[in-house]
Design a protein around this ligand. Structure first.
Ligand SMILES: Cc1ncc(COP(=O)(O)O)c(C=O)c1O
Length: 400
């Protein structure tokens, strides 16, 4: 008879197979961060190109100072949810600054980006409603839809036509419809066609939520993300995002001009039944937001690193995804070869993200790079030199 623990034993066996050898993809230990782009791993200085630390703000002096000050003022933790233990001024200040920075009426702060998605989708939708997800949506958005109890429908990745067809086939019985997409997709680094998606939602009577986890700061004149860059910010009902990438902290947020969004903290379980973010983290994020929205040199530095890395990878002969974004996916293909390449890179001092099924098709395993404004030209060049060496040694690249 099957046992409750079987699933865990199976998973552990799979992980052990993957982890055999020196470098452990599922358990890489960062002993120390030597800065936003360099870590100590296995006692070795390692370049980090897999962090989502898009602006390198984790070590910004203003961020560190704000976090230290908040630690002294509020202590180490909140020890409960805002519904039960109350809101810190730090949470309030961050919500006010987020609303101002993104030009929105309302901003809500959540404990993680994952919980922001859970809270928003499950707070908005319920049984009988319809949640329409782009097929490539992040796991948190799928989980959010499940938690809502609504009927979940997928539509073809980045296809407004597919969304339209799905919406048209729904029964015209006045049930709510919420379409869910990302601004910049987290694995392939491609952008959503937001103009078309907004138009379809309007025509077919659906609300739209856009997850900008990977796009704030890098896109739009004011760094407000893909909705700003594509000129649809005023037409998107809800934007969600995370503090754990561009803003160098932990937490999530939602933005909206709908006054009703203020009801989410009253009923969404992922808001009510979990502890709120600690003050040091929240104050650090607020400082990071200020830096991101005022330092106009950051985005150009990020794009410089993106172009330098992409150009170098292409020149070496690597297969890159077509979309130019701070996420650079490099397809290696075969599972075993991708794993070997990842291990060899780590062993020579380069950390990137290893993407294996189910996060990609079985024959399209990839190495995912995320660029940072903090990556210097010298660091990009050093990474490329390691990639050239490893790629040739493993036969991924032709030997010169
Ligand atoms: C698109 C997307 N949404 C949401 C999340 C969740 O964010 P967090 O790590 O803050 O929980 C992530 C994190 O990887 C993400 O990539």
């Amino acid at each position: 008879m099957a046992d409750l623990l079987d699933k865990l034993h199976d998973r552990l066996a799979q992980a052990a197979a993957l982890d055999a050898g020196v470098a452990r993809p599922l358990e890489t230990v960062f002993q120390r961060m030597l800065g936003p782009t360099v870590a100590e791993i296995d006692g070795r200085r390692t370049l980090v190109f897999g962090s989502n630390n898009y602006f390198g703000l984790t070590f910004h002096p203003a961020v560190i100072a704000a976090a230290k000050e908040a630690l002294d003022r509020y202590g180490s933790g909140t020890t409960g949810s805002r519904a039960a233990n109350g809101t810190l001024t730090a949470h309030r200040e961050l919500e006010e600054d987020l609303a101002r920075a993104f030009g929105r009426k309302h901003a809500l702060v959540f404990t993680t980006g994952y919980q922001a998605n859970l809270a928003m989708v499950s707070g908005l939708c319920g049984p009988g409603d319809f949640v329409l997800l782009d097929n490539d949506c992040h796991a948190s958005l799928y989980d959010a839809a499940r938690l809502s109890g609504a009927t979940i429908l997928g539509f073809r990745h980045n296809s407004a036509d597919s969304l339209r067809q799905r919406l048209r086939r729904l029964p015209p019985d006045g049930k709510n419809r919420l379409a869910v997409v990302e601004g910049l997709y987290s694995i392939q680094g491609d952008l959503a066609p937001l103009r078309e998606l907004v138009d379809v939602c309007r025509e077919e009577g659906a609300y739209l939520i856009v997850d900008e986890a990977h796009s704030i700061g890098a896109y739009g004149e004011h760094g407000r993300g893909c909705v700003e860059a594509q000129g649809v910010a005023d037409e998107v009902d809800f934007v969600v995002g995370t503090f754990s990438k561009a803003l160098g902290g932990v937490g999530g947020f939602a933005l909206s001009d709908h006054d009703a969004v203020q009801g989410i903290p009253l009923l969404a379980r992922p808001y009510v039944f979990t502890a709120s973010g600690g003050a040091a983290n929240i104050a650090g994020v607020r400082a990071a937001l200020h830096v991101l929205m005022t330092d106009r040199t950051l985005a150009p530095k990020l794009w410089r690193a993106v172009h330098r890395l992409r150009d170098g990878l292409s020149a070496l002969g690597y297969r890159l995804g077509p979309s130019v974004s701070p996420i650079v996916p490099v397809t290696i293909g075969d599972f075993a070869l991708t794993l070997r390449a990842w291990r060899a890179l780590l062993a020579t001092g380069l950390y990137v993200n290893l993407i294996l099924p189910p996060a990609c098709p079985p024959d399209s395993c990839l190495l995912r790079f995320s660029c940072s404004a903090a990556h210097t030209d010298a660091e990009v060049d050093e990474a490329l030199a390691l990639l050239g060496k490893v790629g040739r040694e493993l036969g991924i690249l032709e030997k010169a």
